[in-house]
Design a protein around this ligand. Structure first.
Ligand code: ATP
Length: 284
């Protein structure tokens, strides 16, 4: 569990990126932070692994304040995936994946063997292990980035717009793959994106931000889709443009469970008992 306690970040030029932010991010779930540019998502993410220090407040991982932990150890214990993949250009794919375990003292042969297994896990052919990053496509580079972040078997994975620079088809593939991996691994994933569709595809929990790290709404995709908190959220998720045609459907034989379905009848989520909003059917 990651807890932000009254966290504020004011940069040297007096920009307040995050103000008095408190929230708990559950373990073994994917929480997606979404919002327009400059609302403080990256700042929040980087305060978890101390790449940015809060001006005031605390960030706790399993009740331990990260400020009390050794920075280097903390960073090596948390996976981090960036939009630019962040791979070392002069190192081959397998060496990139094995870097952190080797730094942590794992024998090289063992780290490389585990690296090959990780390539399998993220859907990359082992034949690519000996290539340099520039010899891979953008989507393949991002897969290597994910493999590298998983190499030290971290409990927490921070992902900052990891699929932002690849084309929509590859992006959709990577999203499917990440969901599959997460079902298998159950990491605590914090994922930053501008893209609300991506957020709904990946998240157990979505936090939609306004500027200054202010939460516009937090909830499961189904809760947000079914009951946008205000006009800002409705506009952000496209509900105001009639872009989303969502309906509630009572599931037979399952008293209290309500499905949220789109205009084509495809389920997009489930509302737990007691969560159903007041509007009975048309949720536009
Ligand atoms: N080092 C810095 N010095 C001054 N201001 C900064 C610094 N880093 C970020 N900011 C400002 O803090 C605010 C939040 O930035 P942040 O990068 O967290 O937003 P974001 O939501 O991740 O944006 P984006 O989606 O564009 O990456 C912005 O106004 C940004 O300009």
């Amino acid at each position: 569990m990651i807890e932000f306690r009254a966290v504020t970040k004011r940069f040297a030029d007096d920009t307040v990126a995050v103000e008095d932010f408190s929230f708990v991010l559950p373990s073994h779930k994917t929480t997606v932070l979404v919002g327009s540019s400059g609302c403080g998502k990256t700042t929040l993410l980087r305060m978890i692994n101390r790449m940015i220090e809060p001006t005031s407040g605390q960030v706790l991982i399993d009740d331990v304040d990260v400020a009390t932990q050794d920075k280097v150890e903390l960073r090596r214990s948390i996976g981090y995936v960036l939009q630019s993949s962040g791979l070392l250009p002069h190192r081959k794919v397998l060496d990139n994946v094995a870097t952190v375990p080797v730094l942590k003292g794992v024998p090289k042969a063992e780290a490389r063997e585990r690296g090959l297994e990780l390539l399998d896990k993220v859907g990359l052919d082992r034949a690519l292990a000996g290539r340099y990053p520039r010899q891979l496509s953008g989507g393949q580079q991002q897969r290597v980035g994910v493999a590298r972040a998983l190499a030290s078997d971290p409990n927490i994975l921070l992902m900052d717009e990891p699929f932002g620079a690849v084309d929509p088809i590859v992006r959709a593939d990577l999203q499917v793959e990440l969901n599959r991996l997460q079902r298998e691994l159950g990491k605590t994933i914090i994922f930053v994106t501008h893209d609300i569709e991506e957020a709904f595809t990946l998240a157990d929990q979505v936090i939609i931000f306004k500027k200054g790290g202010v939460i516009a709404q937090a909830g499961t995709p189904a809760e947000i889709l079914a009951d946008p908190a205000d006009d800002f959220v409705a506009s952000f998720i496209g509900a105001d443009k009639g872009g989303r045609d969502l309906f509630l459907q009572q599931r037979e034989g399952d008293r209290g469970i309500t499905l949220v379905v789109d205009g084509g009848g495809r389920p997009v989520g489930v509302l737990e008992p007691g969560e159903a909003p007041h509007q009975p059917t048309d949720l536009r």
